[in-house]
Write a protein that binds this ligand. Structure first.
Ligand code: SF4
Length: 248
């Protein structure tokens, strides 16, 4: 029998309070944080999410209008040959795989789900090209429960903030879920994504302009002292510049 994954320890109250405070401040700084993909229905959502793997949402939004004009629903995609999609999605990268996955996923949606995108994690993850993260993103947008999908931004920001140490997205996800109450997960995902895009960038995090600087140990950030934040839960104010953690 496969070993069962160990549940992460329940974080101490101060850590949970710091995580909530981080989200409060990011929510104040990023009130517009929402999914950046353009879609009008569940099929367009799923196709866009598949296309967004290792591609920017901006680029996906550039190719999908023509794609959705040519293939307006799951049945239309299901009838297509994957090669027919290539010229329309080529600029998204990995286009051969993505075309194959989109057509296969839409064939399953059309044949097994009546042309509607399924609304359970199990059924979504059974579709070609849909992993745990993508399923979580789709479920959030469909209003199906609470999820904390971990993409490259969420993982990186979580590690810098000291919310998680792991590289494995599933483990980071479990840490975040243990830190925050379920009603903060969906919003937390969006906020960490946008914070990672705007401020806590991969190569050069802009800590000097970061609304959570005083709450962040900046783990792994070049030039940052490896200290814990000095205040677990300071009063929330997105415009208030917090002090840096004390340094040795
Ligand atoms: S203080 Fe720096 S490392 Fe920490 S979340 Fe902000 S930008 Fe990222």
């Amino acid at each position: 029998m496969a070993p069962r994954a160990r549940a992460p320890r329940i974080p101490p109250p101060a850590e949970r309070a710091r995580a909530r405070e981080v989200l409060d401040r990011l929510g104040g700084a990023l009130p517009e944080a929402r999914i950046a993909l353009d879609f009008r229905n569940d099929v367009q959502l799923l196709v866009s999410v598949i296309l967004s793997a290792q591609c920017t949402d901006v680029r996906v939004n550039q190719v999908t209008p023509a794609l959705f004009r040519r293939y307006p629903d799951a049945a239309a995609f299901a009838r297509a040959r994957p090669e027919a999609l290539w010229p329309l999605i080529q600029s998204c990268g990995l286009y051969r795989n993505k075309a194959r996955n989109i057509v296969a996923a839409m064939r399953a949606v059309a044949a097994e789900h009546g042309g509607r995108v399924p609304r359970t994690r199990e059924a979504l993850e059974a579709l070609p090209g849909v992993g745990r993260k993508s399923a979580g993103v789709v479920l959030i947008q469909l209003g199906e429960g609470h999820h904390f999908p971990v993409d490259t931004h969420v993982g990186r920001v979580s590690r810098r903030l000291g919310f998680a140490r792991e590289l494995d997205p599933s483990r980071v996800e479990r840490r975040l879920m243990a830190l925050l109450p379920p009603d903060r997960w969906n919003q937390g995902h969006q906020l960490l994504v946008w914070h990672g895009r705007r401020t806590c960038k991969a190569r050069a995090p802009d800590c000097g302009r970061c609304p959570v600087e005083g709450l962040c140990p900046r783990r792994g950030v070049r030039g940052a002292a490896a200290t814990a934040p000095t205040r677990a839960a300071a009063p929330s104010s997105p415009n208030r510049r917090a002090r840096r953690p004390s340094r040795p």
